[in-house]
Design a protein around this ligand. Structure first.
Ligand code: ATP
Ligand code: MG
Length: 403
């Protein structure tokens, strides 16, 4: 859940709207996304802008705040209404609460009281959303055959994070529950790639590691508008030191209880936390057409072999595969002794998508890169379906043999 609190102001008087906006500007976490001047516009904007909080005046011409609250509660239940009124009458407030308002504020109030009400309602709702999600998952039973996919390379700057973020977005589009774990602990940028402003990271998770369970871990995840969850890397490089391989093992185990896919972004180093990824079901080894990159990746394959990580779980990705560098994809195949799984082209919008915090496959779905990325996601999904049915079949055969 993003910590950026999106607010819609609804009031028919322009000056009041301006005063509310000014009062809210004292809190940096609050972003006023729109202002509506009547009940009809409020309903329209609530669905269009998907605010977390709606500050709703009661007395407005045409459609009053109570009627608007009632319709918003039905049409866009994710928005939490705080009713603002000069009325002290119990009856108005009772009606507002029955209509679905979460809180009320009686004028006059100070900027502090207003900000506090917005934050309290937001935090309460965030907690409830986590509980509802955890409850749903526990009701359905734990996730069937969850998968860990690690995106790695022996060299930095090859497109690991771009690929990890887009892989997560694509699996999420296919209705999978997806979380990205940012293990680039010193300089991770997965949260920024999804335009998430985070406060709590893996550093905070590690402080609670002894008491941590699958449900409490969910409250440290931030969710994008489209539904991908992120466990962010520490905000400061020095905080990365507290995270060990043992911590990562536990975090992965817990994330797997509540997600179909855990996508792990990594630094270009074989650190202790990265080596904890030997439970990874698939490793996407990212290359570019550059000799140092595939030389380092050959070493990575040797290390994997030495620690008994099965190489049949490694898939070779060549990013920027159409650039003229004097090296061809077939040279990488020869050097690494492995057929490339996917060739992703150069894309002029890669940086724009990163700067905007919007995955490339969502921003430019028709681009060649997005099409290739979608093919890669389809291949991974197909492999998973196959392995699920194989494991089902092998259990069945095994049972029959026992009879
Ligand atoms: N196919 C591509 N076309 C154009 N630019 C790309 C492509 N892939 C990656 N880039 C650009 O290369 C840069 C590095 O990408 P990214 O941050 O994903 O790499 P990384 O391997 O995660 O790097 P680091 O090791 O620093 O974490 C970014 O500016 C990104 O926009
Ligand atoms: Mg990166």
């Amino acid at each position: 859940m993003t910590d950026w609190i999106r607010v819609l102001i609804v009031d028919d008087i322009e000056e009041t709207r301006m005063n509310l906006r000014k009062a809210l500007s004292f809190e940096s976490r609050i972003d006023v996304v729109a202002e509506a001047e009547n009940g009809f516009q409020a309903i329209d904007f609530a669905c269009k802008y998907k605010p977390d909080i709606i500050l709703m005046d009661i007395n407005m011409p045409d459609m009053d705040g109570i009627q608007a609250t009632e319709r918003i509660s039905l049409k866009c239940p994710s928005a939490n209404v705080i009713v603002i009124s000069v009325q002290r009458e119990q009856d108005y407030l009772r009606k507002a609460m029955l209509a679905g308002a979460k809180e009320f504020l009686i004028k006059p109030f100070s900027p502090d009281e207003l900000i506090q009400a917005v934050i309290t309602v937001y935090e309460k709702n965030k907690q409830r959303a986590v509980q509802v999600y955890a409850h749903q998952i526990l009701e359905q039973g734990y996730v069937q055959s969850p998968k860990i996919i690690t995106v790695f390379s022996g060299k930095g700057g090859v497109g690991k994070s771009l690929i990890a973020a887009n892989l997560a977005a694509g699996l999420n589009q296919r209705n999978k529950k997806v979380v990205v774990l940012d293990l680039d602990l010193m300089f991770g940028d997965i949260a920024a790639m999804f335009n998430l402003k985070v406060k709590e990271t893996i550093y905070h998770v590690v402080q609670e590691i002894e008491r941590l369970d699958a449900e409490s871990l969910l409250s440290y995840l931030y969710e994008t508008n489209s539904g991908v969850r992120v466990l962010a890397a520490p905000l400061r490089p020095e905080q990365s030191e507290v995270v060990t391989g043992k911590h990562v093992e536990k975090i992965l185990r817990l994330l797997k209880e509540t997600h179909d896919y855990v996508i792990v972004d990594t630094p270009a180093q074989l650190t202790d936390p990265v080596l904890a990824l030997d439970s990874s079901n698939l490793t996407l080894l990212v290359n570019t057409l550059n000799i140092p990159v595939f030389r380092h990746n050959r070493t990575v394959l040797e290390v994997m072999d030495a620690v008994n990580y099965p190489t049949d779980r490694v898939r070779l990705i060549i990013n920027r595969a159409d650039l003229d560098t004097g090296i061809k994809p077939k040279d990488i195949k020869t050097a690494l002794g492995m057929e490339p799984y996917s060739l992703l082209p150069e894309d002029k919008y890669a940086d724009l998508s990163i700067n905007r915090g919007e995955p490339l496959i969502e921003m430019k779905p028709g681009s060649k890169w997005a099409k290739q990325m979608n093919k890669l996601i389809e291949m991974i999904s197909a492999e998973d379906e196959r392995s699920k049915s194989e494991s089902w079949l092998s259990r069945f055969v095994w049972k029959k043999k026992r009879k």
